[in-house]
Design a binder for this molecule. Structure first.
Ligand SMILES: [Zn+2]
Length: 114
C-alpha cells in the first residue's frame, strides 16, 4: 500500500475584480505588461487547502515579461485606475423604428353583423 501525507502550499491567482481591463507599467522592466492579480497562498494538507497564510488575498501587480510582483499598496497610480478600461455604453435608442409585431398584427375589433 502506497500511502503518505503530503503538505505543501497552493497559491490561488486570479485577476482582481475592477482591474480586469487595467494594464500598467512594470516598475522593474518598464514594459506596459503589468496586470493586477489577487494572490492568496494556502497551506495544503494532502493537496487540500486548509489554512490560509494570510487573512486576506494579496493584491499585486504582476508582470508577465520579467515575472516581477509588486504589492498594489506601492502603486497608487494603479489604484487610481480601478474600474478603468473601456466604459460600458448603455443601450439606448437601439435600432429605431417600430417594435416588431407578432403575426397578424395588433388585435382588431371586427364589426358585428346583426
Ligand atoms: Zn516587468
Amino acid at each position: 500500500m502506497f500511502f503518505f501525507f503530503t503538505c505543501g502550499t497552493h497559491t490561488f491567482t486570479s485577476r482582481l475584480k475592477g482591474y480586469e481591463n487595467v494594464t500598467v507599467q512594470c516598475q522593474n522592466c518598464g514594459n506596459f505588461s503589468g496586470h493586477v492579480y489577487k494572490r492568496w497562498e494556502w497551506f495544503t494538507f494532502c493537496f487540500i487547502p486548509v489554512v490560509p497564510f494570510s487573512l486576506k488575498p494579496w493584491q499585486e501587480i504582476g508582470c508577465n515579461v520579467c515575472n516581477f510582483y509588486q504589492d498594489i499598496k506601492y502603486r497608487p497610480d494603479v489604484q487610481a485606475q480601478q474600474g478603468g478600461g473601456p466604459q460600458q455604453i448603455p443601450m439606448q435608442g437601439y435600432g429605431g423604428g417600430p417594435p416588431p409585431q407578432g403575426p397578424g398584427g395588433p388585435p382588431q375589433t371586427h364589426p358585428q353583423y346583426k
